[in-house]
Write a protein that binds this ligand. Structure first.
Ligand SMILES: [Zn+2]
Length: 258
């Protein structure tokens, strides 16, 4: 692919040599456009070929060559375009591929269900306040999929609150205003994440979700699978995980330099 791109840059519009040399000092805009278009088309493929390198652990680590998650797709969006621009949604390339594969599978099976992802980590990893982990590109927070008063699947309105959704508090009945947690959609997402991770030779190493909601999650169609295969945190996490679920992925990292 890189070679192909190079060829297009050297031979912008397949012009004969004499014409090309005349154009080289005064490249026409449409030729530039063609190169830009081809570059834009090929760039993600080239970027995907370079794998990220993580170091250390989720609670003490960093990452090189991380990738930024897409701000939105057919059935998902970031919790905040601003936070994404600020660089808070970077992950390991392998994790990005798993997340995108899971959203694709969900879009095929349940095209009307909307998902929102939250904080992941800095481009170079490291301390990521206020989180205790999220340091080496292997952690992602996902906001709970919800249904509104009419029963429609809608993105949880994370942009409206001061803490970008993290201060949203759901009741014991899994309600927040007109929104109700969609446990079927949530369980399907965790299932697809696990399937995509395994297919990529990875896996989920930790899932944190409010223990009071776990019985409702396990009561869904995918519940038995999740209960058997997913590593849910048993104890009490340091912050309540009612509005989001945290997932760590298994990717081998190099040790932190001494
Ligand atoms: Zn988290």
């Amino acid at each position: 692919m890189a070679r192909l791109l190079e060829w297009f840059i050297i031979h912008p519009a397949g012009q004969p040599p004499s014409r090309r040399s005349r154009l080289s000092s005064n490249v026409r805009p449409h030729l530039n456009l063609r190169v830009v278009f081809i570059a834009a088309f090929l760039a993600p493929t080239i970027a995907a070929a370079a794998e990220s390198q993580c170091y250390g652990s989720v609670s003490n680590g960093r990452i090189e060559g991380s990738v930024k998650l897409p701000v939105s797709g057919a059935n998902f969006s970031a919790y905040s375009a601003l936070a994404a621009t600020a660089g808070r949604t970077h992950v390991h390339s392998k994790v990005a591929a798993i997340v995108e594969a899971s959203y694709k599978a969900l879009a095929a099976a349940h095209p009307d269900t909307r998902y929102v992802y939250g904080e992941t980590g800095w481009p170079s990893g490291g301390r990521f306040r206020p989180h205790r982990t999220h340091q080496n590109g292997l952690s992602i927070d996902f906001f709970v999929p919800v249904r509104d008063a009419r029963g429609q699947s809608v993105p949880l309105p994370t942009n409206l609150s001061a803490k970008l959704g993290y201060d949203v508090e759901f009741t014991q009945e899994a309600k927040y205003g007109e929104y109700t947690i969609d446990f079927d959609a949530l369980s399907e997402h965790l299932y697809q994440l696990d399937v995509a991770a395994r297919a990529a030779g990875s896996g989920l190493t930790l899932v944190i979700f409010d223990t009071q909601y776990l019985p409702r999650l396990f009561a869904t169609q995918r519940g038995a699978y999740l209960k058997e295969h997913l590593p849910f945190m048993k104890g009490k996490p340091w912050v309540r995980h009612d509005e989001h679920y945290h997932v760590d992925f298994a990717v081998p990292c190099k040790p932190n330099a001494a």
